[in-house]
Design a protein around this ligand. Structure first.
Ligand code: NAD
Ligand code: UFG
Length: 335
C-alpha cells in the first residue's frame, strides 16, 4: 500500500515507518521536525534497505498536505504528529490545541476531500483520567486531567463522529500506555529534547552520567513496593500493533479503539532494577514525595487488541531497558 505517516521522524513514528517499509509498503513521511531530526530517516533507510519519501511539512498546512497525498495517491494514513508533553500542555495549552486538535482537524478535512478514509490515530492512556482503577478497558470512562489528554480525547471524538456520519471511514484509535525501548540495532530510538520528565529517558540520563541521580516521586502509593506502577510497552511491540491494526482495517469499516499495552504493571523500582541488570551499572536514586497529578497505577486490559488484532505485546521490561540503553550508549548525544 501507499501509506502516509505524519510524525514519522519521531520516536514511535520512525519505528512504525520502518516496520511498514519492511512489510513492503511505500511510505511517505510528513513531519515538521519540531521534535525530531531527519537523521532518523537516514537510519530507517539503512535498516530497511530502501527509503521513505520525506516532506518537511506541518500538518496544519492543508495546501501542502493535499498536494502530497494526491501526488502519491496515498491509500492509508497513520497519524503520529503532535505535541506530547503533559507539563508543557499545562503551561501552554493553546499550542496543544493548535497542533493536536486544529492540526488533526485540518488533516481530516483534507482526507475527506480526497476520499482517503483509512486512518490510524495515536491516542494515549491519559484519556482514562486519574479516577479510574486499573486495569483500564477501552470502555472505561474517559476523563483526562490535562490539556494534552483533552486534545487526544477531542480528536478521538472527531473520529467517532466522522465514522458515525459516513460508514466508509476505517479508523483505528490506538491508546498507547508507556512506550519504551528502541530498535534492537541501536540505530533508532527516543531522543528527548531538554531535561526529560519521563522515567525511562531520565533513568537513561542517570546511567550515562548526565544526571547524578534518579528522583523517585512517591514511595507511599498502594502498590507492592510503594512506587507508582505503569504498563511499559516496547516500541517494537507498538510497531507490530500498528501493522496488525492496519491489516484489520482492510476488512473492517468503522471506528475501533484498542489499548496497546502489555497488561503487566511494573513499579519504578522494577525499572531501576532492570536498568542496573542490563547495563551492569549502578542507578543511584533518591525517594521524594509524590509528583502532583500522578496516579498510583496505570495499566491496560489488553484483551481486546489481542483478540481483534491477533496481536500481543511480547517483549519484557528487561528487553525495553536493554534496547533503550543500547541506543543511548551508541548515540550519547542523540542523532
Ligand atoms: P515525538 O515527538 O517523538 O514524535 C512526534 C512527531 O510529530 C515529531 O517528529 C514532531 O516533529 C512531529 N510533529 C509535531 N507537531 C507537528 C505538526 N504540527 N506537523 C508535523 N509534524 C509535527 O513523539 P512520539 O513519542 O513518537 O509520539 C507519537 C504520537 O504518539 C504522538 O501523537 C503522541 O501524543 C502519542 N503518544 C506518545 C506517547 C509516549 O509516551 N511517547 C504515549 C501515548 C501517546
Ligand atoms: N517517575 C519518577 N521519576 C521521574 C519520572 C517519573 O519517579 O523522574 C515516576 C512517576 O512518578 C510515575 C512513573 O515514574 O510513577 C512513570 O512516569 P512517566 O512520567 O514516565 O510516565 P507517566 O505514566 O506519568 O506519563 C505517561 C506519558 C504521558 C501520558 C501518561 C498517561 O508521559 O504522556 O503516561 O498515559 F499522558
Amino acid at each position: 500500500m501507499r501509506i502516509a505517516v505524519t510524525g514519522g521522524a519521531g520516536y514511535i513514528g520512525s519505528h512504525v515507518a520502518l516496520a511498514l517499509l519492511q512489510e513492503g509498503h511505500e511510505v511517505i513521511i510528513i513531519d515538521n521536525l519540531s521534535n525530531s531530526s531527519a537523521l532518523s530517516l537516514q537510519r530507517i533507510s539503512l535498516l530497511a534497505g530502501r527509503s521513505a519519501v520525506f516532506y518537511q511539512t506541518d500538518i496544519r498546512d492543508s495546501e501542502a498536505l493535499r498536494r502530497i497525498l494526491r501526488q502519491h495517491q496515498v491509500e492509508a494514513l497513520l497519524h503520529f504528529a503532535g505535541l506530547k508533553s503533559v507539563g508543557a500542555s499545562v503551561s501552554d495549552p493553546l499550542s496543544y490545541y493548535d497542533n493536536n486538535v486544529q492540526g488533526s482537524l485540518r488533516l481530516l478535512q483534507v482526507l475527506q476531500e480526497l476520499d482517503l478514509r483509512q486512518l490510524i490515530f495515536s491516542s494515549s492512556a491519559t484519556v482514562y483520567g486519574p479516577q479510574q482503577a486499573a486495569p483500564f478497558a477501552e470502555d472505561a470512562a474517559l476523563a483526562p486531567s490535562n490539556p494534552y489528554g483533552h486534545s487526544k480525547l477531542m480528536v478521538e471524538q472527531m473520529l467517532r463522529d466522522l465514522c458515525a456520519a459516513d460508514a466508509r471511514w476505517r479508523v483505528a484509535i490506538l491508546r498507547y500506555f508507556n512506550p519504551a525501548g528502541a530498535h534492537p540495532s541501536g540505530l533508532i530510538g527516543e531522543v528527548p529534547r531538554g531535561i526529560p520528565n519521563n522515567l525511562m529517558p531520565y533513568a537513561l540520563g542517570v546511567l550515562s552520567g548526565r544526571y547524578p541521580q534518579l528522583r523517585i516521586f512517591g514511595q507511599d502509593y498502594p502498590t507492592p513496593d510503594g512506587t507508582g506502577v505503569r504498563d511499559y510497552i516496547h516500541v517494537m511491540d507498538l510497531s507490530s500493533g500498528h501493522v496488525a491494526a492496519l491489516r484489520q482495517l482492510q476488512h473492517r469499516a468503522g471506528c475501533h479503539v484498542f489499548n496497546l499495552g502489555t497488561g503487566r504493571p511494573y513499579s519504578v523500582l522494577d525499572v531501576v532494577d532492570a536498568f542496573q541488570k542490563v547495563s551492569g551499572r549502578a542507578l543511584p536514586y533518591v525517594l521524594l514525595p509524590r509528583r502532583p497529578g500522578d496516579v498510583a497505577a496505570s495499566y491496560a486490559d489488553p484483551r481486546l487488541a489481542e483478540q481483534a488484532l491477533a496481536w500481543r505485546a511480547e517483549r519484557s521490561l528487561e528487553m525495553m531497558c536493554a534496547d533503550a540503553w543500547n541506543f543511548t550508549e551508541h548515540n550519547p548525544d542523540g542523532y
